[in-house]
Design a protein around this ligand. Structure first.
Ligand SMILES: Cc1ncc(COP(=O)(O)O)c(C=O)c1O
Length: 408
């Protein structure tokens, strides 16, 4: 995951020169995205493929960069499905997510998605009924919720405990019954997404090994033949200590060993979101005010968590860099802090609008720019943009290098 701070800073300085307003912007580095996604697909062993979970960032330039690299896109709503089909009519799409409506399932059938990840018995029943009415056969993966021995937990668990996601393993028999009785359904495999924020490569290989063993067991017991296992997304990004990221090489080596010692392993399909796009995005805020209150230093900057909700959503203090800006238009001394520990807040009227806390800074002045890296996934797209009706940030994209531009 390469950060190209210099190129991003260059672009931000150009934007600063174009406005008298305090700057607030997202910059996405598409070339870094292309390189990172290519490195991930190159690292995966032969019987593995990478889908991109567009919920992490569904901007068109991001999707256009990833479309030639990923095997396809994972969508989790009718809106995402329609968006992908409008712009990438031929790309393989897989459809996940709880609470799918009849209309969404009809759209999935009509647009020939590669697989529908079914979340419940009721959804399976509705899908059979809808597919029969449309005189087609629905390709089904059963999304399972199960507890695996030694399942390492992270800060965001979607399974292995009571959650609304997937079919609990003790309902598998009923689901298979339904599948056998429904010629309009075809079981293609199983889907798992038990957790996100996985930073430990070995633990992630072990988790996938656990899925594979469980599926082999189910296939044996129930006489099933499947063509792939979807092992979800979940690879994390270390926001707290960016120097210690997920070890892709160790993961790929572990996965290769798993494939070698399991010759009958079905194809493994990944649907990663955060790990693919987080590092390509940067959120920049220009400092408006410095304040000292009850012994604490506050940096108040243009924008806030209505643009960049990732830090409060994950409960971390987001790392940032101070970019010095020389320009100071006022006829009085410029407020500055040196060797301080600060909280960075935005413009919202809530004490929850905190992007970084207890953060050491060498120097920060009113008018300087703060740049938050790792803002390319679950950032703009999970934020409550309309709160207080501040203007949106600018969105800017550093293009892929010319040699690769024709792939887009
Ligand atoms: C079903 C499913 N697949 C994939 C993902 C992507 O997860 P991540 O961004 O952690 O890779 C999610 C995220 O919530 C999900 O719900």
């Amino acid at each position: 995951m390469e950060l190209r701070m210099e190129a991003v800073t260059h672009r931000l300085r150009a934007m600063l020169a174009e406005t008298d307003e305090p700057l607030c912007a997202y910059v996405y580095d598409l070339e870094a995205l292309r390189r990172h996604a290519s490195a991930v697909t190159a690292a995966l062993p032969d019987r593995c493929e990478l889908f991109y979970a567009i919920k992490a960032n569904s901007d068109l330039p991001v999707l256009r960069t990833l479309a030639p690299i990923a095997a396809g896109f994972e969508v989790s709503s009718g809106g995402e499905l329609a968006w992908v089909r409008e712009h990438f009519p031929d790309l393989p799409v897989i459809f996940s997510g709880p609470g799918k409506t009849d209309d969404e399932l009809r759209l999935a059938l009509r647009t020939a998605v590669d697989a529908i990840h079914v979340e419940s018995l009721q959804e399976l029943r509705r899908l059979a009924w809808l597919a029969e009415a449309q005189r087609c056969q629905a390709p089904v993966l059963l999304r399972m919720n199960l507890s695996l021995p030694g399942l390492a937990s992270t800060t965001l668990m979607m399974g292995g405990k009571p959650t609304p996601f997937g079919i609990p393993a003790d309902q598998l028999g009923d689901a298979l019954h339904l599948l056998r009785d429904s010629p309009s359904l075809r079981l293609r495999g199983f889907h798992f997404h038990l957790l996100s924020h996985q930073l430990d490569a070995d633990a992630h290989v072990a988790l996938i090994g656990g899925y594979a063993a469980q599926v082999r067991d189910w296939c044996g017991v129930h006489g099933l033949s499947i063509d792939h296992i979807n092992v979800g997304g979940g690879i994390g990004v270390n926001y707290r200590d960016p120097s210690r990221q997920f070890d892709l090489d160790a993961f790929a080596a572990g996965l290769r060993r798993l494939c070698e010692r399991t010759p009958d392993l079905p194809r493994l399909r990944f649907e990663c979101g955060r790990y693919i796009t987080a590092a390509c995005g940067y959120y920049a805020m220009q400092v408006i005010d410095l304040k000292h209150a009850f012994g604490r230093d506050y940096v108040v900057a243009r924008g806030g968590t209505h643009h960049f909700r990732t830090p409060p959503a994950q409960g971390h203090s987001h790392p940032f860099t101070v970019i010095p800006v020389a320009d100071w238009p006022y006829p009085w001394e410029r407020p500055a802090l040196h060797g301080a520990t600060v909280n960075v807040v935005g413009q919202l009227c809530t004490p929850k609008d905190v992007l970084a806390f207890d953060a050491p800074v060498e120097r920060v002045r009113a008018g300087d720019l703060l740049v938050f890296p790792y803002a390319g996934a679950y950032a703009w797209h999970i934020s409550h943009h309309d709160f207080l009706r501040h203007p949106p940030p600018r969105h800017d994209y550093l293009p892929v290098e010319a040699a690769h531009a024709e792939d887009q």
